[in-house]
Write a protein that binds this ligand. Structure first.
Ligand code: T3D
Length: 263
């Protein structure tokens, strides 16, 4: 079992909940170790078809635990934040980006610093109306990390990305959705049911196609059109041989609902 996160998998849906609510689920070394282990479990279990990432209590995640001794100079020895990125944040983002199932960030409350980046590393971000996104980094003399400098300009354009990152003002969920930073903002009272329905819907979809869609979307940023067309061809070839494609086409022709297996 885990101590700093909650993890359960049922009906094809894996739910991973950051569970240090008194510190707004800010991320410690111990949490990172558990996160990696939980994501490895998702990767290894073919029954899991979607991952929902969320936070316990009133926050989603307040980023790096700033109280961690490794974050400050100790006896004149300066901290190596690059080390923390390499050890914890880079592997976390890469695991999420390479996960064999689609990922949903269910942002129940404030997402600050690497907590905001973590949400943006998921395929779909759905936030409760009372939630907010905060690029807190400049307030303490850092840059947006955990992929935020990559994700922000892609999602909201350079002008808004710069404003958010330099000024570190809280962006309410509704405006985040308006700006295209996230997929949807949902009324607090409907949030839980909305996330459950979304997760169930994704869990019944052709998993491999969803994940290759993510891959192609992300690869596009560094590809020419021709490279991208070639990549699409390769992915289409691979999916054309998948069980879910056969089922999808058969169901269409037979005018019935498809039953996708994720294979
Ligand atoms: O080293 C590396 O390379 C690592 C990479 C770092 C990437 C980062 O994530 S850097 C950015 C780190 N995060 C922040 O700077 C955000 C810090 N938190 C805040 O600014 C505020 O807490 C929020 C705006 C997120 C929420 O404000 P509010 O007023 O709703 O709550 P609060 O009272 O500030 O926080 C509640 C408790 O959580 C409080 O503890 P207390 O006083 O009740 O005992 C607070 O200290 C604690 N907390 C919040 N964020 C963190 C935290 N404790 C440790 N680390 C935190 N990041």
């Amino acid at each position: 079992g885990f101590q700093h996160i909650l993890f359960e998998a049922r009906d094809g849906v894996a739910r991973l909940t950051l569970n240090r609510p008194d510190a707004l689920n800010s991320l410690t070394d111990a949490m990172h170790i558990e996160l990696r282990a939980a994501l490895d479990q998702v990767q290894a279990d073919p029954a899991i078809r979607v991952l929902v990432l969320s936070g316990a209590g009133r926050g989603f995640c307040a980023g790096q635990d700033l109280a961690d001794p490794g974050m400050q100079a100790v006896d004149g020895k300066l901290p190596d934040l690059g080390d923390i990125v390499e050890r914890n944040y880079k592997p976390l983002v890469l695991r999420l980006q390479n996960l064999r199932v689609p990922t949903v960030a269910a942002v129940n409350g404030v997402a600050a610093g690497a907590g905001a980046s973590l949400a943006l590393a998921c395929d779909l971000v759905v936030a409760a109306e009372s939630a907010s996104f905060l690029q807190a980094f400049s307030k303490i003399g850092l840059i947006p990390d955990t992929g935020a400098t990559w994700a922000l300009p892609q999602r909201v354009g350079m002008a808004r990305a710069m404003g958010l990152a330099l000024l570190a003002d809280k962006l309410p969920a509704a405006r985040a959705a308006e700006w295209g930073l996230i997929w949807a903002c949902v009324a607090d009272g409907e949030f839980r049911a909305h996330v459950d329905a979304l997760a169930a819907r994704l869990a019944a979809m052709p998993t491999k196609a969803l994940v290759r869609t993510r891959l192609a979307m992300h690869t596009a940023a560094s590809h020419t059109l021709e490279q991208q067309l070639t990549l699409e061809g390769g992915l289409m070839r691979e999916l054309g041989w998948s069980a879910d494609y056969a089922e999808g086409v058969a169901a269409f022709v037979e005018k019935r609902a498809p039953r996708f297996s994720g294979a």
